[in-house]
Design a protein. Structure first.
Length: 298
C-alpha cells in the first residue's frame, strides 16, 4: 500500500477553499480511494463521491446524535429536491383514500343484512306486510378488508422505501432526481421488512409493552435493508443491537421523529411536508450513530 498522503494531495481529492479538515479524520483518504485494490482501514468508510469530486468535505461522525445538525441537514436535503421528496407522501395520501374506501366497502360487505318480508297489517297503506332485516357475518367482506390492508401497507411501504433510498443517495453524495424517490433500491426486501416489523409490533401490542419495545428496537431495520443490503431478519437484529446499544441517542431519535409526524398530523396533509423531513433526520442520525460520515450540504 502506498504511504499515507495528506488530503488534497491526489487528483480528485482536493479540499474546497475554506473547508477545514477534522483532526485525526481517517475517512477514506485519497490513497485508499485512488489506488486499485487498496484496502480501506478498519472503521473507515469510502470517501463520498460528492467529496471526491470536490464537493463539501463530510462532517466527521461522532457516534452520537447531534439533533441540531441532523435537523439542519434534513432541511437542506429537502430544499435540494422538495418535489421529489414530497411526491411519495402525496401518493401515499391518495393510496390511503383509496384503501379507506376499499376497507369501508369490506365492512359493509361483511355485515350486510338480509331483509325478510312477512304478512301483517299496515294501517298507513291498508295493506298487510311486515319487514325485518337480519344482519349476518359474511367472510368475503373480511377477506376484502384484509387484502385491502395488506395492499395498502405494501404500497405505502414501497413509496416509503423510495423516499429513504433517495435520502440515502443524498447521504452518499450521489446525484438524485425526482424519480430517485420513487424507486426503492431493494423493493422486495424493504416491503418484506416493513410487513414483518408491522406484524411483530401488532402482536406485541397485545401486551402493550412488547409492542412499544418492538417499535423502538426495529426503527432502523428498513433503512439498514437499503443501506447495508441485509435480509429482513438480519436488519431487525442489527437495528435492535444499534437501538439498545445507543439507547439514549435512539430515544432522542424516536422522540424527534415522532414530533415531526405529530406536527404534520395536526394538519390533514401536513405529513406530506413533515414526513420527508422526519426520514431525512432519522437517516442522518442513524449514519451518525453508525459513525458513517455524511457530506455537508451547503
Amino acid at each position: 500500500m502506498p504511504p499515507a498522503a495528506s488530503y488534497g494531495q491526489y487528483p480528485g481529492a482536493q479540499v474546497p477553499p475554506g473547508a477545514q479538515i477534522p483532526p485525526g479524520a481517517q475517512y477514506a483518504q485519497a490513497p485508499y480511494a485512488q489506488y486499485p485494490g487498496a484496502q480501506i482501514p478498519p472503521g473507515a468508510y469510502p470517501y463520498p463521491p460528492a467529496a471526491m469530486a470536490g464537493g463539501p468535505y463530510p462532517r466527521q461522525a461522532t457516534g452520537t446524535v447531534d439533533v441540531g445538525t441532523s435537523v439542519s441537514w434534513s432541511w437542506k436535503a429537502f430544499t435540494r429536491n422538495p418535489v421529489g421528496m414530497m411526491l411519495p407522501g402525496i401518493l401515499q395520501f391518495v393510496a390511503g383514500l383509496i384503501g379507506a374506501g376499499v376497507i369501508i366497502a369490506g365492512v359493509f360487505l361483511m355485515l350486510r343484512g338480509t331483509t325478510t318480508t312477512t304478512a301483517g297489517y299496515d294501517s298507513a297503506t291498508g295493506t298487510y306486510s311486515n319487514s325485518s332485516t337480519d344482519f349476518q357475518f359474511h367472510p368475503d367482506g373480511l377477506i376484502l378488508i384484509l387484502l385491502g390492508l395488506v395492499a395498502l401497507i405494501a404500497l405505502t411501504s414501497y413509496l416509503q422505501g423510495g423516499l429513504q433510498s433517495g435520502i440515502l443517495a443524498f447521504a452518499d453524495g450521489r446525484p438524485v432526481s425526482t424519480g430517485t424517490f420513487l424507486k426503492p433500491s431493494r423493493p422486495g426486501a424493504y416491503v418484506g421488512t416493513v410487513l414483518l416489523v408491522t406484524l411483530v409490533t401488532i402482536v406485541g401490542f397485545v401486551l402493550i409493552v412488547p409492542g412499544i419495545l418492538a417499535m423502538f428496537a426495529f426503527q432502523y431495520a428498513p433503512i439498514m435493508v437499503l443501506d447495508k443490503n441485509l435480509s429482513p431478519v438480519q436488519a431487525m437484529k442489527a437495528s435492535a443491537k444499534l437501538a439498545f446499544g445507543k439507547f439514549g441517542d435512539s430515544i432522542i431519535v424516536t422522540i424527534v421523529h415522532w414530533a415531526y409526524n405529530w406536527v404534520g398530523g395536526m394538519v390533514l396533509i401536513g405529513t406530506i411536508l413533515t414526513m420527508p423531513l422526519a426520514e431525512a433526520f432519522r437517516i442522518h442520525a442513524y449514519r451518525d450513530l453508525e459513525s458513517h460520515p455524511i457530506p455537508q450540504l451547503p
